[in-house]
Design a protein around this ligand. Structure first.
Ligand code: LMR
Length: 458
């Protein structure tokens, strides 16, 4: 497939680079476009077609007046993009990010880790708008972890993506070493060590749930293929775009060279919501609530588990004795929280979703506190709870902080819980049948239960 020549936005080295020289001793903060399918306004004589899988080549020209102002140690780089339009004849820097500093001496005193590549899809959306700044600040991966952000948008969102990149520039994050933007996952996911897949189409008026599964499923099939082709072999993938469990399943099935256990569906937001409701009922601060599992699908069949949850280290059922509230009100509140929020906001949760993505990542990169666990949707393959194999199901997990996890074995599953878990399992199995054409498992057959919805659908 033909792709367009790259142009710089913000800083790029005045010499050609593949945008990937992680071993460099230079602070290389650069924004570059990578795209095989640029918005129409970016097509034109200034873009030369080239092959998709060639190394990214940054083509920059130097603004002579600015070049004269640079110190001897700074190399000049420029952005040919002004107001989202490519400039082929002259260039304009974005302030301080036009400079390349030789920070070798400073880096040696810092004991920072090796830079990591984090790819984010739906990067021009509301969730990302909260998330990206947290990632760049160091609060997610640590204040000694330099980061490269690789932002995937769509043709429609491309200018907004440039706006996001500009705001990242203006935030002067010391740990933010590179920012790249593009609309081709094969370019943007290159060498990604984390892929946060947020972008998905929301369900529109009159759209059947099966249609949504198909439309979004195709996006995640393509992104799975791209990850398989170009991402790090140990990339950790967190799928946020709904229906996230089945999207994660589609994604992992299309990425056979990446371990299936590396794929997660985000149910941490549901866990956080459950903790909040339990704290509210018990009259305690929410940090006193632990061991909360969300079982199953990120949908209205999800099962917030109060049986194994704790408040101040005691079983929740000893602190909140109103079983009717726990079984009915609490459960439904958590299941439908997203929908209630949509009614208030007029759109889906964004800030709390971003926070829960941060929580989900931190749960994998820091050791789980002794005796506690966290919820995440993972591929069922040899689980101890008797849940059907081959689906992405939210379960209780622990991590040593190495990016991997293990399932928690010592949980109680009573008849109530088992029955509820079964319903979510059946829903996920039906979703799986419905996307068989996207997972390479034969002909799709959609017999989705009618009464189950995304948390936002009511
Ligand atoms: C949420 O739980 O807030 C979202 O998944 C809701 C939605 O459907 O967008």
């Amino acid at each position: 497939m033909a792709v367009a020549e790259l142009s710089c936005h913000g800083l790029c080295s005045s010499s050609a680079t593949n945008g990937n020289n992680h071993g460099s001793s230079f602070l290389s903060s650069k924004l570059y476009r990578s795209s095989s399918f640029l918005p129409s306004h970016l097509h034109g004589s200034q873009f030369q077609p080239r092959q998709r899988h060639h190394p990214l080549k940054l083509v920059c020209s130097t603004a002579p007046n600015q070049a004269q102002q640079q110190s001897q140690t700074a190399q000049v780089a420029v952005s040919p993009s002004v107001n989202g339009k490519p400039k082929s004849d002259s260039s304009q820097c974005y302030g301080v990010f036009c400079l390349t500093y030789d920070l070798k001496a400073e880096d040696e005193t810092r004991s920072w880790k090796k830079m990591i590549n984090v790819a984010v899809s739906g990067a021009a959306g509301m969730i990302s708008n909260h998330l990206l700044f947290k990632l760049a600040s160091g609060e997610v991966f640590g204040y000694d972890q330099p980061i490269a952000l690789r932002l995937l948008g769509s043709e429609k969102s491309f200018e907004a993506l440039e706006g996001v990149a500009m705001e990242l520039e203006d935030s002067l994050y010391p740990l933010l070493r590179e920012v790249s933007i593009g609309i081709d996952p094969y370019e943007v996911f290159k060498d990604a060590e984390w892929a946060l897949l947020i972008g998905a189409k929301p369900r529109g008026p009159g759209m059947e749930r099966a249609d949504l599964l198909d439309i979004n499923g195709q996006i995640f099939a393509e992104q799975g293929k791209a990850l398989n082709a170009v991402a790090s072999r140990n990339v950790k993938v967190i799928v946020v775009g709904n229906p996230c469990n089945t999207n994660a399943l589609i994604c992992l099935k299309n990425a056979p060279n990446i371990p299936a256990r590396n794929f997660h569906a985000l149910t941490r937001l549901d866990e956080n919501r459950a903790k909040c409701q339990l704290a509210l009922k018990a009259g305690v601060f929410y940090d006193k609530v632990s061991n909360v599992t969300i079982w199953g699908n990120h949908s209205t069949t999800q099962v917030p588990d109060f049986l194994n949850a704790k408040i101040h280290g005691l079983p929740v059922t000893k602190v909140i004795t109103d079983m009717k509230w726990l079984k009915e009100e609490f459960t439904e509140k958590v299941q439908k929280r997203g929908g209630v929020l949509i009614k208030k906001w007029g759109r889906s949760s964004a800030a709390s979703t971003a926070v829960s993505i941060v929580d989900a990542i931190r749960s994998l990169v820091t050791p789980t506190p002794e005796g506690d666990w966290f919820s995440t949707g993972v591929y069922t393959s040899g689980n101890p709870y008797g849940i059907a194999e081959g689906i992405v199901f939210s379960m209780p997990c622990r991590s040593k902080g190495d990016g991997d996890y293990e399932l928690v074995e010592d949980v109680i599953i009573d008849d109530y819980l088992r029955q509820r878990i079964k319903k979510s399992e059946e829903e996920l199995l039906a979703e799986k049948r419905c996307v068989a054409h996207l997972t390479g498992e034969g002909i799709a057959y959609c017999d989705l239960p009618e009464d189950t919805m995304l948390p936002g659908e009511q």
